[in-house]
Design a protein around this ligand. Structure first.
Ligand SMILES: Cc1cc2nc3c(=O)[nH]c(=O)nc-3n(C[C@H](O)[C@H](O)[C@H](O)COP(=O)(O)O)c2cc1C
Length: 169
């Protein structure tokens, strides 16, 4: 798929079927994430967690608003190393770049995705669950991606759907 078409077709999907995504596709999506740009090239400050076990996804959802992963069969969480008690802004921006690479890779495979932060706010305070999910000590979840097949067919936009003000000097 042409890169601009892939960018325009990526969209937040909030209703997934329970069909499992092949492991190879999920690995490709994580590979796309780690191909993304990271401040100072400090890739060792990041960790990816892939959840395909429905029980594990439900545990992350349990503390959150209802159904934050919208029934997605796979969730990828990007965690980053904390400085003092929180994740620094450079790591947050880098995680954003990596998650978008993952979302675009999913779109390129005709998979649906949604970037999700909501479910991570309670998770980051739940030390027991962080440890069960094997998120490394000193790391905190920053952003996540729900991945799967859409419950219903979705539109394939051929141009941008949002506007940001621009100045060209
Ligand atoms: C940092 C970030 C956090 C987000 N968190 C959530 C979330 O918790 N739940 C959700 O449904 N969507 C979440 N989204 C998706 C946005 O709502 C969505 O990308 C935005 O409305 C634009 O729509 P589009 O993705 O279809 O272009 C998040 C997106 C970003 C970039």
């Amino acid at each position: 798929m042409d890169i601009m078409q892939t960018i325009y077709q990526r969209q937040a999907v909030r209703d997934f079927s329970d069909k499992q995504v092949p492991t190879k596709d999920l690995q490709d999506i994580m590979d796309a994430g780690q191909a993304g740009p990271v401040g100072m090239g400090e890739y060792e400050k990041f960790h990816f967690t892939l959840l395909t076990n429905p029980g594990a996804i439900k545990q992350v959802e349990a503390d959150s608003v209802s159904n934050p992963y919208y029934g997605a069969p796979a969730v990828i969480i990007i965690s980053a190393q904390k400085q003092d008690s929180s994740v620094g802004s450079m790591e947050c921006v880098s995680a954003g770049a990596m998650i978008e690479n993952m979302a675009l890779a999913a779109t390129g495979k005709n998979l649906a995705s949604c970037v999700i932060m909501g479910a991570l706010i309670p998770l980051s305070k739940d030390d027991d669950l962080l440890s069960k999910l094997q998120i490394p000590a000193g790391f905190a979840p920053v952003i996540s991606l729900a991945v799967g097949y859409p419950a219903e067919s979705i539109s394939k936009p051929t141009k941008g759907r949002h506007e940001v003000t621009q100045t060209i000097i």
